[in-house]
Design a binder for this molecule. Structure first.
Ligand code: FAD
Length: 386
């Protein structure tokens, strides 16, 4: 597709999501069209659609952004299609969704931008999305989802838990990937979580979960999950990965449980003989938010290619946190006080590094902004869909 046509589609999508209510309105128009035009599709979705609507608009935005990178786009669409198999979605549903998507785009693009040429371009783009997804889903020979049993649940902070599971059969993921999970306490409410350890033949997997105060599922994950619970886990997604052959050093930036996908990769790298030099900035509000610093310190002590820089906005724990501060082991970096993105950017341009960012959507946005302002090119930076 021509660069001009891609720019036209991207501009019209930006106009749809530019207002505070735009993303919600767009997703509502899509689901209304889908459910009214294709019988049996409503039952595929949970009763509460807030999270699905948000995720739908995010996924379309991500795909539209990737139109200039066809390989990256097709990889993303393929993963998304395989992930949808767990809902019972069949290849013909993707074609029906394509029609509903065109209805939603037409309904939500400002009239002044909508032309016959734009409609044709959108139809072409959507047809590529749906055909790629239908083929990927049809060709997938892996299970649609995996069963897993909770074998450990540890509350490491009041609002953060480390949950360990054993899957019935190993999930073929790579370190850095995430997957959707469904827990018995919140049926049909799938949420994405990143694996915090690399895969192993025993099917052991670990997730780190922080409660989001306005959320439906994270509270249950932190305080209601018990050993013995049976979970359903969707197929692996995402492309965070260290390129061992690029010759570039690695910069990793994590806040909160965003540490999980980076930690899994660091653990996997620690099993190799040689690695690119890797600098992890690990941030939080208080020192106690860096709940896994001890593990990282231990890895760094025996792996000279790894540097860990703790960054916190406050240097003391809050009065209500019972555990005293641990001193930084000799030879490791002392914590730096400040906002994570600004601290990383204060080291200058990271243009010669491959960079991964993981954390909350707002942390990722502010860190991207700080790095770009400091001269780091956007194409060096990878992060999961927000
Ligand atoms: C690719 C990916 C990987 C993820 N990996 C992890 C992980 O390893 N560990 C983990 O704890 N969470 C992870 N999340 C977030 C997770 O999927 C849930 O969104 C989160 O647990 C909140 O779920 P909830 O049902 O309580 O809230 P939701 O109902 O999902 O969301 C409620 C509100 O909180 C906002 N929100 C969601 N997450 C955050 C956040 N981190 N900070 C601030 N606001 C937020 C949402 O935008 C929404 O407005 C990941 C998300 C994505 C997209």
């Amino acid at each position: 597709m021509e660069a001009f046509a891609i720019a036209r589609v991207q501009l019209s999508f930006a106009s749809i999501t530019a207002t505070p209510t735009g993303p919600e309105r767009f997703a509502t128009a899509f689901y209304t069209a889908l459910w009214s035009e294709t019988s049996g599709t409503r039952e595929l979705f949970p009763a509460g659609m807030e999270n699905m609507r948000q995720r739908f608009t995010t996924a379309v935005g991500w795909a539209v952004d990737k139109l200039t990178d066809v390989d990256g786009l097709d990889a993303f669409l393929g993963q998304l299609a395989r992930d949808h198999r767990k809902y019972g979605v069949r290849p013909e549903h993707f074609r029906a969704a394509g029609h509903a998507l065109l209805v939603a785009v037409r309904e939500c693009t400002p009239l002044i931008l909508w032309t016959a040429a734009l409609e044709r371009t959108w139809a072409e783009v959507i047809s590529h999305f749906t055909e790629t997804m239908a083929v990927a889903a049809a060709e997938d020979d892996l299970p649609a989802a995996w069963g897993a049993t909770v074998v450990g649940h540890e509350r490491v902070l009041a609002d953060l838990a480390i949950i360990r599971l054993e899957t019935d059969t190993p999930i073929p993921y790579h370190a850095g990937q995430y997957m959707s999970v469904q827990i018995p306490q919140r049926p049909q409410m799938w949420r994405y979580l990143s694996a915090a350890i690399p895969p192993n033949p025993q099917g052991q997997i670990e997730f780190h979960v922080r409660r989001v105060s306005t959320g439906w599922v994270s509270g249950g994950l932190v305080s209601e999950v018990v050993v013995g619970d049976r979970w359903t886990i969707g197929p692996p997604l995402g492309g965070l990965q260290v390129d061992q052959d690029s010759g570039q050093d690695v910069l990793m930036i994590a806040s909160g449980t965003g540490l999980a996908p980076l930690r899994a990769q660091i653990m996997e790298m620690a099993m190799r003989g040689t690695n690119p030099r890797t600098h992890l900035f690990y941030g939080g509000n208080y020192p106690c938010d860096l709940y896994d610093l001890e593990t990282l310190w231990q890895i760094a002590m025996t792996n000279p290619w790894l540097t860990i820089t703790p960054v916190t906005e406050e240097l003391e724990n809050p009065y209500w946190h019972p555990v005293p501060l641990r001193e930084t082991p000799r030879g490791l970096q002392e914590p730096i006080q400040g906002k994570l993105g600004k601290v990383v950017a204060s080291f200058g341009s990271w243009s010669d590094h491959q960079i991964q960012i993981a954390g909350s959507p707002s942390m990722i946005r502010t860190t991207l902004y700080a790095l770009s302002a400091g001269g780091t090119p956007r194409q060096n930076i990878s992060f999961d869909p927000l």
